[in-house]
Write a protein that binds this ligand. Structure first.
Ligand code: G6P
Length: 372
């Protein structure tokens, strides 16, 4: 009913507005003296966390993209190799697992059949299992050694939004704790990361303010047949998520690419009028990916693409080359995806609305896929 939507036009509009809160609530109770201490990790004690030699993340859909973001962070902070696998691929190829492998499943519902079966398989093989889940008491957490709940609150719209930012938050908390335990993050660096994470909710609230402009953009794009998304590093899974939202909600062909892959194929798709969203890394990025992405923008612009850049406030280098710039607040590289994804969630929703579609109940999809 309209009352459940709290005055919003859809559950999705409400849930996107709750993204800052989803991050904030997932952090609460897990920081002590400026460092991460997740009480629920007790099922996996410090010795176990020090002993693991590999992390395998399994998930489906949006949750798998949250896993990809987590991979970049965990490898950087805890120096453990991380693989991310779609649950349905993982379980049918007899993956190599040992008792030193930690299998992290990510699932909003905790009931996705493919993910559940992959967790069961991992346990049978002797791997340790950690569940990141948004639904208290769901099946996947019950089948796992430990669970870190995301506290995004109930998500009703079929396509996931606020759960995604909460999943990344949980992966980051876990990655920081793993780094603390394994000695790869000293206290001052860990505290710096925690402070960055704690600053995300306020920054997200300011990103939500760009909603009106994105709605206007979605209106003039309502007839678009295809949209591409480019990103690098943690911006790459964000590009994939932006594309998935357009497929799910607006039923248009959309694809996300790693920007560095452009010259290996996708650039052939660029013709005049092609809309391309580009998630631009910060100019302050120590890997200096910013200049590379700006040059990607120039390349596609020269071929007639209409470029919508999602870029940090004050990044003037994108201005001469982009048709539209959506600004996000300053954040260090790992925290940008949490900010950059929000305009993409809003865009998917607004494009679907501009086409007169039901954003909460897209055709052919289910909130939780409990069959194989
Ligand atoms: C369905 C939903 C997606 C979700 C995926 C994984 O396909 O429509 O929004 O990302 O399942 O769901 P889970 O509950 O495991 O996160």
């Amino acid at each position: 009913s309209a009352a459940d939507k709290g005055g919003w036009s859809s559950f999705m509009a409400k849930e996107i507005s709750e993204e800052p809160e989803a991050v904030a609530k997932t952090i609460i109770g897990r920081v002590e003296d400026g460092l991460v201490r997740i009480p629920e990790l007790e099922g996996l004690d410090a010795d176990t966390l020090r002993d693991i030699d590999r992390v395998v993340v399994i998930a489906c859909g949006t949750a798998a993209y949250a896993g990809m973001v987590g991979k970049y962070a965990i490898e950087q902070w805890a120096r453990v190799p991380v693989d991310v696998e779609l649950a349905h691929e993982f379980r049918y190829r007899e993956p190599v697992l040992t008792e030193r492998t930690l299998v992290v499943s990510i699932s909003q519902s905790g009931e996705t059949m493919d993910t559940l079966m992959a967790v069961k398989y991992a346990r049978e093989q002797g791997a340790r299992t950690l569940s990141i889940c948004n639904t208290q008491g769901a099946t996947i957490p019950r089948e796992s050694d430990a669970v870190v709940y995301t506290h995004a609150g109930p998500e009703v719209a079929v396509a996931s939004t606020k759960a995604f930012v909460a999943q990344i938050t949980a992966m980051y908390l876990f990655g920081i704790q793993l780094g603390q335990v394994r000695g790869t993050l000293d206290d001052s660096r860990a505290r710096g990361l925690v402070r960055e994470l704690q600053a995300v909710p306020d920054k997200l609230a300011s990103v939500l303010a760009s909603g009106e402009r994105i709605r206007e953009m979605a209106k003039w794009m309502a007839d678009t047949q295809s949209v591409l998304f480019l990103g690098r590093h943690v911006g790459y899974p964000v590009a994939l998520e932006g594309a998935l939202k357009l497929k799910e909600l607006a039923y248009i062909h959309a694809e996300g690419f790693a920007a560095g892959e452009l010259k290996h194929g996708p650039i052939a798709l660029i013709e005049p009028g092609q809309i391309v969203f580009v998630i631009v890394p910060s100019p302050r990025d120590p890997n200096s990916l910013h200049a590379k992405v700006v040059s990607n923008i120039q390349e596609i612009r020269a071929r007639g693409a209409r470029v919508i850049a999602i870029a940090e406030q004050g990044d003037a280098a994108v201005l001469p080359h982009a048709d539209e710039v959506i600004r996000i607040p300053l954040a260090s590289p790992f925290f940008e995806p949490l900010l950059a994804v929000v305009p993409l969630h809003i865009f998917g929703m607004e494009l679907a609305a501009a086409k007169g579609l039901d954003v909460d109940q897209p055709r052919n999809l289910a909130k939780s896929v409990t069959v194989e």
